[in-house]
Design a protein around this ligand. Structure first.
Ligand SMILES: *Cc1c(COP(=O)(O)O)cnc(C)c1O
Length: 395
């Protein structure tokens, strides 16, 4: 095969990691098996001492189908290796727990997905890890927090649901000076728009449930990074604690990667059109989308990412009543809490994904009663604009 460094991402997305059996099947085989039989006792012993590249022991440790997904996403992301997990949260919590021990310190941006906040605020604290939160968009707060030693910096490169964009090159530099590894939750940026590795991220985590599947079928996650960290720290932790991805889900996710770039670029294009239209609407107080010149990190997005993403948020002037009236009037757009799906989805974060947070925390994070998160799908943008305009008129 042509050396990987000469191939473009769309070619890697189609061919990366593929391994064919003796039948030469076109579509990747699905090895729906928990384990593997050994030809003799000596082989079993040898494999437990050290498994070779194409030798597997147990699907909790690894599986040929999962390996294709891992190799394909690592090649797309530009990392040496990857470990696939049962969900995005298995990837987030697995990466953090594998790296940290009691007495360690984490610095994290505070605008995070609800479950990420739970892991940082509730779980890590119980095991004696200190977590200090900063406003991720404020460079001075990062400088201040990272003037003391830390072991891990955790952030969402583009935050859920308020679309704050982090200055990754700067935060990675400060983190490394403080002795910390940078773990980036890149769900919103996607492997298509992200240049996290180039900017110094050590581990990049995805909820594959989102854009990688892209069709709302399976849960999954993945941790990408250097081989030393993935095989030295992440794999031992995850293979013994049970967070591995099922081979069936890996098969779905690897096929998701094949069309990821086409889908995400089309979705981002529609998101841009919708964001621009919403910004002009009387019922809308504010639109949050990194592709708009009005976004506080618009220039940073253009400098550090290859696109603005597929998710936007907007604040309705009429608060919760307006938000609910709007959502209930939608006819094409679905009310749900997934994102990155082919179907456009409206979410009311204050009462669903971020409901658990106390009101003052919601306020600090900008999760207002009128805030709607819109994950833009693959429908015709004209139909989406019609649907949104009709629903806005119904408020
Ligand atoms: C959805 C999401 C997760 C969790 O992923 P699951 O696959 O649902 O476990 C983590 N981080 C971010 C930013 C997300 O949007």
């Amino acid at each position: 095969m042509i050396p990987k460094d000469r191939l473009k991402s769309r070619t890697i997305a189609v061919h990366g990691g593929a391994r064919r059996s003796q039948y030469g099947e076109m579509a990747e085989a699905m090895y729906l098996t928990q384990g593997f039989a050994y030809p003799d006792a000596e082989s079993a012993e040898a494999r437990f001492v050290k498994a070779g590249e194409d030798e597997f022991i147990y699907a909790r440790y690894g599986n040929p189908t999962t390996a294709v997904f891992e190799e394909r996403i690592a090649a797309l992301e530009g990392t040496e290796d990857a470990f696939a997990t049962a969900s995005g949260m298995a990837a987030v919590s697995g990466a953090l727990t594998a790296l940290l021990k009691a007495g360690d310190r984490v610095v994290a941006s505070r605008a995070l997905f609800g479950s990420c906040l739970y892991v940082l605020e509730e779980v890590l604290a119980r095991f004696g890890v200190t977590v200090d939160f900063v406003d991720g968009t404020d460079a001075a707060q990062w400088v201040d927090a990272l003037s003391a030693p830390a072991q891990v910096v955790f952030l969402e490169s583009v935050s859920n649901p308020t679309l704050e964009v982090i200055d990754l090159p700067n935060v990675c530099r400060l983190a490394h000076q403080a002795g910390a590894l940078v773990v980036v939750d890149n769900a919103f940026a996607t492997p298509v728009f992200s240049r996290a590795v180039e900017h110094g991220a050590d581990l990049i985590v995805y909820s594959a449930t989102k854009h990688i599947d892209g069709q709302g079928r399976c849960l999954g996650g993945v941790i990408c990074g250097p081989r030393e960290l993935i095989r030295g720290k992440i794999e031992p932790y995850l293979k013994h604690t049970g967070g591995a991805m099922s081979p069936f889900n890996a098969w779905v996710m690897m096929n998701g990667l094949t069309t990821l770039e086409l889908r995400v670029r089309a979705q981002a294009h529609s998101a841009q059109t919708i964001a621009e239209a919403l910004e002009k609407h009387d019922a809308v107080a504010k639109v949050l989308f990194p592709g708009l010149p009005s976004h506080p990190q618009h220039a940073l997005t253009q400098a550090t990412m290859d696109g603005p993403g597929t998710v936007l948020a907007f604040d309705l002037k009429g608060g919760k009543a307006a938000a609910f009236a709007f959502m209930n009037a939608l006819q094409v757009v679905l009310i749900s809490n997934n994102l990155g799906d082919a179907r456009t989805i409206a979410t009311h974060p204050a009462t669903t994904t971020h409901q658990r947070l106390p009101d003052p925390q919601k306020e600090t994070l900008g999760i207002t009663p009128g805030l709607i998160r819109l994950s833009v799908g693959l429908e015709a943008v004209e139909d989406l604009l019609d649907d949104l305009e009709t629903a806005l008129a119904a408020i």
